[in-house]
Ligand binder design. Structure first.
Ligand code: DGL
Length: 275
């Protein structure tokens, strides 16, 4: 069977870190990217609002022909995975389960730091997913400490393309310091915007802390669902709810290659799927 269209979405440019991993590991995989740039950052919104926005995007992607949905957004996965899965006629890949499985396998001392936006950090989703992942893999759950830190300054910096700026370094040092003090040996990038900050994060943490980028594990899930053998030649498609030219500019700068032709699409009436 020929692998069908992948519908991949985020609040903004962050999901591009997942899309890029898909392009790199599964060249030719047909995907439609949706960035809800008119509403970024989700981290400043209410739970109800995020669920409503995410539902409308999921409906739009399935109506556009997506045969699998990738929630390339931790906030959406933390707050709306249940809702989208209950409604969706196609498989839905969340990002938190995959990252948590990787983190519990990676840690040696059981101290896992998670940097995320405040909404994801407060949701308890990582604590739950790591405990579940550890018990499913037969790993000890006692002694496992999952420490989420809300990082409100990071998404706006990435959306502004400021991934190597002194402001980004200063913010990261502030957010990472308590996790270093707790002795974490594994750090989960709990927001898809953060892989763009990895050069700075690695510089601050040094080689002893393993950094988990969930994108790698999302690709593994796509492969398990049959998206391994993709015929070449299908160009990815990018859509946003905000300014397409601004998205093209920021995306090109962050990825280091030209992204163009993005179109503005309103997913329509912001009704809640499944409710
Ligand atoms: N990149 C998203 C995430 O992984 C959303 C960040 C935001 O909009 O606050 O959570």
């Amino acid at each position: 069977m020929r692998p069908g269209l992948i519908g991949l979405f985020d609040s903004g440019v962050g999901g591009l870190t997942v899309a890029d991993r898909v392009l790199c590991d599964l060249p030719g995989a047909p995907f439609l990217y949706y960035g809800d740039t008119a509403h970024v950052p989700y981290g400043d919104r209410s739970v109800e609002e995020v669920r409503r926005l995410v539902s409308a995007i999921a409906e739009h992607l399935v109506a556009s022909g997506a045969e699998v949905l990738v929630m390339a957004c931790n906030t959406s996965s933390a707050l709306a995975l249940d809702l989208v899965r209950a409604w969706s006629p196609v498989p839905v890949i969340g990002i938190i389960e995959a990252a948590s499985r990787a983190a519990v396998q990676a840690t040696r001392n059981g101290v896992i730091g998670v940097i995320a936006n405040p909404l994801t950090a407060r949701s308890g989703a990582y604590e739950l997913a790591c405990a579940r992942a550890a018990s499913e893999s037969g790993l000890p759950t006692e002694g496992l400490r999952v420490l989420p830190v809300g990082c409100p300054r990071l998404v706006p910096l990435v959306e502004a393309g400021q991934v190597r700026s002194p402001e980004a370094r200063e913010a990261l040092m502030e957010y990472l310091a308590p996790l270093q003090a707790e002795g974490m040996d594994t750090l989960v990038l709990g927001c898809t915007h953060y892989p763009f900050l990895v050069p700075l994060i690695s510089e601050i943490l040094g080689p002893r802390v393993q950094i988990i980028d969930p994108a790698v594990y999302v690709v593994a899930e796509l492969v398990a669902l049959g998206w391994s053998d993709c015929p070449a030649g299908v160009a990815p498609c990018y859509q946003v709810s905000g300014d397409p030219a601004e998205f093209d500019r920021t995306a090109s700068a962050l990825l280091g290659r030209p992204i163009s032709g993005t179109v503005r699409v309103d997913p329509g009436a912001r009704t809640c799927v499944g409710s």
